[in-house]
Design a protein around this ligand. Structure first.
Ligand SMILES: Cc1ncc(COP(=O)(O)O)c(C=O)c1O
Length: 386
């Protein structure tokens, strides 16, 4: 095919790329206050680059990378107290984790109905569309967590799965996981815990003495847990894990894979890079459980500081924070978000709750909050919030 455009030199390409990249907000600036992703830990960056050409979709070509994956999954298994019978499935993030879990629930139960809290992530809408599943929303209590009494009434012979949140997208709230687990164990219903955000927070909050329920396999009714390394795991995008209570369940989401090295392939993706896996593994080895506990401790300190500074402006929160996520109640969240963006700061709008969401990720410091608060104050005065 004839090309009307001559090839560019490396220098020209990188000039073009850096010009475009300069348009981006970046995490290290500290001005992204609404995202659940973060600056990857430096060790993740290094590991990522070294594994660029690996393909875990064809594992016999890269047995070393496959071993990295196994060691990473062993770490995650310890984090969520996985039983010996369990298996881990690498996914690209929380969306794929939820899709894979619901695929499994549908295959195992032969049913289509999913009971989920009103606060569930929008990825479940994709699940409904992709897999023809029916979503039945369970209302929330005044603490913005799933109402267990309504769940009890809604669970039925049509239920394929119940979903509970360990760190909701909008507020970081945690559903009553032990009670849901007991109910699902009694009713023999598949229970998926969406811990995309909270998976790397809750175990450490508990070690620090915070009163939050566990989100692990010590809850006997839990079938699967999805947790993302590219959120509070401090790793590079894109990586999550779906932990599955019974390894043999993987058979139900596997197909024969005739032309590649393994006989069967489980899950959604085919070709998939080992780079984010190596990056996530490197961070787990560098930080260990103690390191993650320190990260969570420092995020909670910054969260408390931010909460105090926000309340000093005369603004209120939707609910007291469970983890490093704040929902700030506003009359005109859309206008505030827009004006903050014009001033170089990003928070997320949550129209449904008439709020904005702030996520105090590891790169956010109290100094950055001190820079942000006067801007928020000015913007709120301009739009008539305070
Ligand atoms: C609770 C929860 N589940 C799932 C997801 C989807 O994760 P991802 O965007 O990594 O696919 C998110 C994203 O924020 C989330 O907060």
């Amino acid at each position: 095919m004839a090309s009307s455009q001559s090839n560019k030199t490396g220098r020209e390409i990188f000039e073009e790329l850096s010009q475009l990249k300069q348009k981006d907000f970046n995490f290290s600036s500290g001005r992204i206050l609404g995202s659940m992703c973060t600056v990857p830990h430096p060790i993740a960056r290094e590991a990522y680059i070294r594994f660029l050409e690996t393909n875990l979709g064809d594992p016999e070509l890269c047995p070393g990378t496959k071993e990295v994956e196994s060691r990473f999954l062993a770490f995650i298994g310890r984090l969520v107290h996985a039983p010996r019978s369990a298996a881990g499935q690498i996914v690209s993030g929380g969306t794929e984790g939820n899709i894979t879990a619901m695929w499994l629930a549908k295959q195992l139960s032969g049913k289509r109905e999913v009971l989920l809290p009103e606060s569930a992530h929008f990825s479940f809408q994709k699940i409904a569309s992709l897999m023809d599943m029916k979503l039945v929303e369970v209302p929330l209590t005044k603490e913005y967590t799933l109402d267990i009494n309504t769940l009890k009434k809604k669970i039925s012979s049509k239920t394929a799965a119940v979903v509970g949140l360990a760190g909701s997208t909008e507020l970081g709230t945690v559903d009553p996981l032990p009670e849901i687990s007991d109910l699902c164990a009694d009713e023999q219903v598949f229970f998926h815990v969406d811990a995309a955000f909270g998976g790397f927070v809750i175990p450490f909050l508990r070690q620090l003495g915070y009163k939050v329920p566990p989100c692990d396999f010590t809850l006997k009714g839990v079938s699967t847990i999805s947790l993302d390394s590219h959120k509070m795991g401090y790793a590079a995008i894109s990586l999550g894990t779906l932990m599955i209570r019974q390894k043999q369940w993987l058979e139900h989401i596997s197909v024969e894979s005739p032309y590649i090295s393994s006989e069967k392939q489980a899950g959604i993706l085919g070709t998939r890079s080992g780079a984010p896996v190596a990056a996530a593994y490197a961070v787990t080895q560098y930080l260990g459980f103690d390191g993650y506990q320190n990260v969570v401790k420092s995020c909670m300190n910054v969260t408390q500081y931010t909460e105090t500074r926000i309340k000093e402006l005369g603004l209120g929160l939707v609910v007291e924070p469970t983890m490093n996520v704040l929902g700030v109640r506003l009359k005109k969240p859309g206008a505030v978000v827009k004006k903050l963006a014009e001033n170089g700061w990003r928070v997320n709008k949550v129209e449904r709750l008439s709020a904005v969401r702030m996520v105090l990720m590891p790169q956010i410091t109290t100094q950055m909050i001190d820079e942000f608060i006067p801007v928020l104050k000015r913007v709120c005065e301009e739009v008539g919030e305070v």
